[in-house]
Write a protein that binds this ligand. Structure first.
Ligand code: ZN
Length: 219
């Protein structure tokens, strides 16, 4: 039996674990995990007209407008070999972007990982990162072996400066307002797959694999 090719987006609020689930899923299905941030940086590095506009909006700390994001994504996605499937992370971020993407590169699965705001805040506040090797720890769920030190390279761990209670709540509000309506958009197309992100990582992944199998996606 020939399995369907996975053409997916994975989304959810910060702290939902979509990065981890995206990596696990990409490994299992042997497809690329395509991060919108990487594509953005690639366009900036090329110094194109779009790249220059992107650089401006990044340095302003503002979200880039849909037209710019869509332009960059459509150009960058064409440079990749996505013929065996893919998982997008970080794009689309709103319904207008999703509508555009469906025209140029139709998805057949949209994975949403749901967690409460309280869980998101708790997880993000307990997050620490190694500034040297970028490994991320959670003081509550995945602490380093030695307190305050990276288990891999021994560097002193730091908290992201934008991980404060206020900024986290602002980012969550933006998510609810801007990105969460994607659930309705994809549900109407019959391709939404909802996961309970409150569970431990292996349980979420197990759920994901089972639900994908029901839709005919078998790794
Ligand atoms: Zn490290």
């Amino acid at each position: 039996m020939k399995t369907k090719r996975l053409k997916a987006v994975i989304f959810g609020p910060q702290g939902c674990g979509k990065g981890t689930q995206g990596e696990l899923l990409a490994d299992r299905f042997d497809v690329p995990l395509v991060g919108a941030g990487d594509l953005f940086r690639a366009e900036i590095a090329r110094g194109t007209q779009l790249g220059k506009l992107a650089e401006e909006s990044v340095s302003n700390g503002k979200l880039a407008p849909d037209e710019l994001v869509n332009g960059i994504m459509s150009r960058q996605l064409k440079t990749l070999d996505l013929s065996h499937g893919f998982i997008l992370d970080g794009y689309p971020r709103d319904v207008d972007q999703a509508v555009f993407l469906q025209r140029i590169l139709p998805l057949n699965v949209a994975v949403c990982i749901k967690i409460s705001d309280a869980t998101a805040v708790k997880r993000l506040l307990s997050r620490r990162q190694c500034p040297a090797c970028k490994t991320v720890y959670s003081l509550t769920d995945a602490p380093p072996m030695k307190p305050g030190r990276c288990s891999l390279c021994g560097t002193k761990l730091v908290k992201r400066t934008d991980d404060t209670d206020n900024t986290i709540r602002e980012r969550l509000a933006t998510y609810h307002f801007m990105t969460e309506p994607l659930t309705r958009y994809y549900r109407e197309r019959g391709i939404l797959l909802m996961l309970n992100g409150e569970q431990p990582i292996p349980y979420v992944f197990d759920d994901l694999i089972k639900k994908l199998a029901k839709l005919g996606f078998v790794a």
